[in-house]
Design a protein around this ligand. Structure first.
Ligand SMILES: [Ca+2]
Ligand SMILES: [Ca+2]
Length: 219
């Protein structure tokens, strides 16, 4: 095959990629650098309107009620905190699933020493930011653990805040939770409940089938 045909084939593939006829995994691996903007944690999503990195999740793909159906997620740096946005089909509810010991909305934040959240062995710690309620509706904040390499969870707690209204949930965690050697972070938003002795039930999550979580470079 001469170079002319190779060139034509390459241009055809690039054209298909540009047209959106072919999607590729890299598009879901990298969402750019985590943006910086000022977010007020008040359950109003109007302060997110200029944030480019909003990841959508299909509606009605959950196994619980509509309050467990995640439709959107975003994260930004806001002052000395990292702010998180989660939106759902039904209203955010505490608890979203009655009859369980607890139920809630959570985001695991995984830290990587490389810039693409991808190479095996580069993940070295995580923080879980959650808002949960018991069966009576008493809201409790759950675990925020950071796991340094080759250790058991240290159980460090970081200042967090959350507010919700309608189908909007905003949460934040102190930037001190991000280790200084982290180059990228991956997010795993989810809704779940816990009931002893069966354990945890997951209703919806945004776990990327190829990558494991949504990746942002740190500025
Ligand atoms: Ca807000
Ligand atoms: Ca969903």
């Amino acid at each position: 095959m001469n170079f002319k045909y190779i060139y034509i084939i390459i241009m055809m593939v690039l054209s298909l990629l540009n047209s959106g006829c072919i999607s590729w995994d890299l598009a879901s691996l990298e969402y750019g650098t985590l943006e910086t903007t000022t977010i007020t944690i008040d359950g109003d999503n109007s302060d997110w309107k200029n944030v480019r990195n909003k990841i959508t999740d299909p509606a009605n793909d959950q196994t619980g009620n509509s309050s467990t159906d995640i439709t959107k997620f975003s994260a930004v740096i806001s002052g000395t905190n990292m702010a998180l946005l989660m939106e759902t089909s039904g209203p955010i509810a505490m608890p979203h699933t009655p009859g369980q010991d607890s139920s809630g909305y959570g985001v695991s934040i995984n830290f990587f020493t490389n810039t693409d959240c991808y190479n095996s062995g580069s993940e070295f710690g995580w923080v879980s930011v959650e808002i949960r309620a018991d069966n009576l509706g008493n809201v409790l904040y759950d675990s925020q653990y950071f796991t340094p390499p080759n250790t058991t969870p240290s159980g460090l707690f970081y200042p967090t805040k959350a507010a919700y209204a309608g189908n909007v949930l905003e949460m934040e965690v102190s930037l001190t939770a991000i280790p200084s050697n982290a180059k990228s972070i991956g997010f795993w938003p989810r809704t779940d409940s816990y009931l002893a002795p069966q354990g945890a039930t997951q209703y919806d999550d945004m776990n990327n089938v190829n990558i494991g979580n949504y990746c942002f470079k740190l500025p």
